[in-house]
Design a binder for this molecule. Structure first.
Ligand code: C5P
Length: 282
């Protein structure tokens, strides 16, 4: 039996840093939203006890460092499963991009193994298993729009009635998330207003969402890579309704109410950056 699961990328409509925790992670408050740019995870059971990762992309680690590998390891350990599994990752989402590609692959692996081994776990239970794999994995188990807190383990799904187009622009370089978090100075954080964003999501008010897009990590990553600011400027000049860096970066997203306007912005940005995607929210 073969099981295929989609692993959609996410953007952060808001990311606020509340403080630093005793475990070294940061306490966050975020609004996350899935977009229709997705890897495809295909799972096959093996006769031996191994976890084998394969991919169409050389950017995907094909070893125990892979988040999907860790997800399979956690499930096998937790339910004492002695069977092996081959996980093929058809990579579409750029890696080290701030789009939770690896975390979404892990969440899709959890969902697929839940089906393969008939474990009948709820989303809550899968999200709890995902916590051990990575901070963004619990959210990725749910997908859609959610307010996410703690280290990433508190996921409150929100109504998902929004409709918008997203232009994603991934600069040629990648960004290391720990390197960005290491530069956070708690006394000079530019805070995001997550309450306003949550209310606007509930009221389906794209205007308020676009005006309040904010990411406390953005100034830090821009300081390391000023090219991000230039991409933001070009997208704003191209008529985007709102523009922000996603997660720890470096991908910048721009929001548009109409596809035709988004397509014009894609043409403007292509001179600056080769890796550009036009997608819908999910
Ligand atoms: O959990 P994950 O492996 O995705 O986190 C990558 C790194 O990002 C962590 O090692 C940590 O440095 C940083 N991080 C953090 N606070 C969070 C999430 C991630 O400091 N809430």
């Amino acid at each position: 039996m073969e099981i295929t699961e989609k692993a959609p990328a996410k953007i952060n409509l808001g990311l606020d840093i509340i403080g630093k925790r005793h475990d070294g992670f940061h306490e966050l408050d975020m609004i996350m939203a899935s977009v229709d740019l997705a890897d495809r995870i295909t799972i096959k059971e093996l006769d031996n006890d191994k976890i084998v990762i394969k991919s169409n992309s050389i950017s995907v680690p094909q070893n125990s460092k892979n988040h999907a590998y860790k997800a399979a390891q956690v499930i096998k350990r937790e339910f004492n499963i002695k069977k092996g599994v081959e996980i093929f990752i058809h990579k579409i989402t750029p890696v080290a991009a701030g789009l939770a590609g690896g975390s979404s692959d892990a969440a899709a692996t959890l969902r697929a193994l839940n089906t393969l081994w008939n474990l009948q776990l709820s989303k809550e239970e899968l999200a709890e298993l995902g916590e051990e794999v990575g901070s963004d994995v619990p959210y990725c188990v749910y997908g859609g729009v959610a307010r996410v807190g703690g280290r990433g383990e508190i996921v409150q799904p929100l109504p998902n009635n929004l409709s918008y187009w997203v232009v994603l622009v991934k600069p040629e370089f990648g960004v290391s998330t720990p390197a960005v978090f290491k530069k956070v100075k708690l006394d000079s954080i530019k805070h995001a207003n997550i309450d306003i964003l949550e209310e606007a999501v509930i009221n389906q008010n794209m205007d308020i969402i676009n005006k309040n897009l904010s990411n406390s990590l953005e100034p830090i990553t821009i300081n390391m890579h000023p090219e991000i600011l230039k991409i933001k400027e070009v997208l704003s000049e191209a008529g985007a309704d709102g523009v922000l860096m996603s997660g720890s970066g470096p991908t910048v997203f721009a929001i548009f109410d109409k596809k035709s306007r988004a397509e014009r912005a894609v043409n403007s940005i292509k001179g600056f950056c080769k890796e550009v995607y036009l997608v819908r929210n999910l």
